[in-house]
Write a protein that binds this ligand. Structure first.
Ligand code: SAH
Ligand code: SF4
Ligand code: F3S
Length: 441
């Protein structure tokens, strides 16, 4: 048995929800092995940085963070562990240029951490081997950030190789978690009082249970029956794999939220083809029509990239038009950033920075106006909200999410964290709704 003997560990997380969930699992693994979790790197003996490589900016953030740890290391002898996607991808560069990094661990190697830290600066320093199969660890130890809403990873990796994307190179090929393990975890979470779960995977729609061949739709249907879990969400669905069966399973379910994140990336079929996304503007719109005819109230969100190589002004205007047609409840938008090793990196990054910047601004302004309009439509309505936490500034202001995933702020005299409440919406802005508590069922 590993015994870390009260070793103080701090974990810093960059990147997506899967990284957040991985950090929760790492924290649990280390705590179970006797480590103590610190609140700041300054209070730790070991700092683990869980990294993201999706855009150049994410990598830059990491390297500046490492600069900060370097001076700390000089003073305190801090042990620095690099985990996650940059660790997987850039291990040689890191070994060359960052002698202050003690360990490098790719996403398939976190189970080795307790043992590595027990031996401290022992060998090997670098663990980035892939495992072909899913490795199930003991998730009872997962130390979750939220007591209300839990991430449950169901698959990892991606086989799609979209032209711009580094994820298949950092997370490897698709691996699926056994359905039984997923459902066991959800049951445990329900028993612990969690109200919401979010299934995670780079491409949840390609889920397939290794034992029975059950697909994602079956997983949703089975999770829907677990008592205590009121809301079920999932990210990310690839539009190419999202089919009528999935939409029907959502519509039939009682607990799957009427909300979906379906990354469009571009509104131009020509750009989508260059991105190797596997769908066209028309087939995407067709899927949205199908979803809305089954669930008229469904809230949609998306990801948009502007300035992909060769994107003309008229191709870009198709993205703006798509935003206006679809009226998403929320979007995440990015300037294209070439990632070495991807197929798009071989194309000339020919949209000038200034043009990318202007296009991003246009996307964001267009969306801001749409969201403002959608939110104004909520004023006067009473909606169900799952309270997630409270404001740091004012202890009586609570914050939650609607079924459509909108942020809702409201006042309450009693602590309602983890509870469903009814809130009457009284005002709104582009990014949130505000209201009055009108009932605690
Ligand atoms: N697996 C998910 C998310 C991938 S990363 C999916 O397939 O949708 C999250 C988002 O980052 C992507 O949807 C995309 O919009 C953006 N992104 C990925 N690579 C990028 C790049 N090289 N430049 C800019 N944005 C990128
Ligand atoms: Fe990246 Fe495309 Fe895979 Fe998403 S589906 S992780 S964008 S390669
Ligand atoms: Fe980033 Fe890796 Fe997630 S590259 S988006 S942390 S899968």
């Amino acid at each position: 048995m590993t015994d870390l003997n009260g070793l103080a560990v701090y974990i810093e997380t960059f990147g997506c929800q899967m990284n957040e969930n991985d950090s929760e699992r790492i924290a649990g693994l280390l705590a179970a092995a006797g480590a103590r979790l610190a609140d700041r790197p300054e209070e730790s003996q070991v700092t683990i940085v869980n990294t993201c490589a999706v855009r150049a900016k994410s990598e830059e953030k990491l390297f500046s963070y490492l600069g900060r740890l370097r001076s700390l290391k000089k003073k305190t002898g801090l042990v620095v562990v690099l985990a996650g996607c940059v660790a997987q991808l850039r291990r040689d560069k890191i070994l060359d240029r960052n002698p202050d990094v003690d360990f490098i661990l790719g996403p398939d190697n976190y189970h080795r951490l307790p043992e590595l830290l027990e031996r401290r600066l022992g060998q090997p320093r670098v663990l980035t081997a892939w495992s072909k199969e899913w490795r199930e660890d003991d998730r009872r130890h997962c130390l979750r950030r939220s007591p209300v809403s839990a991430f449950v990873t169901v698959m990892e990796g991606c086989d799609n190789f979209c032209a711009y994307c580094i994820v298949p190179f950092t997370r490897g090929r698709e691996k699926f978690r056994p359905l039984r393990a997923v459902l066991d975890e959800v049951r445990t979470l329900a028993g612990e009082g969690y109200k919401e779960i979010q299934f995670l995977g780079q491409n949840v729609n390609s889920y397939r249970d290794p034992a029975t061949g059950a697909v994602f739709r079956d997983l949703l249907t089975a999770a829907d029956e677990i008592e205590g879990i009121e809301w079920i969400r999932f990210i990310t669905s690839h539009p190419k794999n999202f089919n009528d069966d999935m939409a029907e399973a959502m519509a039939r379910s009682s607990h799957v939220c009427r909300q979906i994140h379906l990354p469009l990336q571009s509104g131009s079929s020509a750009v989508l083809e260059r991105m190797k996304r596997g769908y066209s503007r028309e087939s995407y719109l067709e899927k949205i029509r199908g979803l809305r005819s089954l669930m008229p109230e469904i809230c949609l969100s998306t990801d948009i990239i502007v300035g992909f190589p060769g994107e003309t002004e008229s191709e870009f205007s198709e993205t703006l038009a798509a935003l206006r047609d679809i009226r998403y409840a929320n979007i995440f938008s990015f300037r294209y950033s070439p990632r070495p090793g991807t197929s798009a990196a071989k194309l000339t990054d020919d949209v000038p920075f200034e043009v990318k910047r202007r296009r991003l601004m246009e996307v964001q302004q267009t969306q801001k106006a749409i969201q403002t309009g959608i939110h104004e439509g909520f004023i006067g309505r009473t909606i169900r909200v799952l309270c997630q936490g409270k404001s740091k500034k004012d202890g009586r202001v609570y914050s939650g999410r609607s079924e459509g995933y909108q942020v809702v702020n409201f006042r309450s005299e009693t602590d309602v964290i983890g509870r469903f409440v009814q809130v009457r919406i009284t005002s709104s802005g582009p990014y949130s709704l505000r209201g009055e508590l009108s009932g605690i069922p």
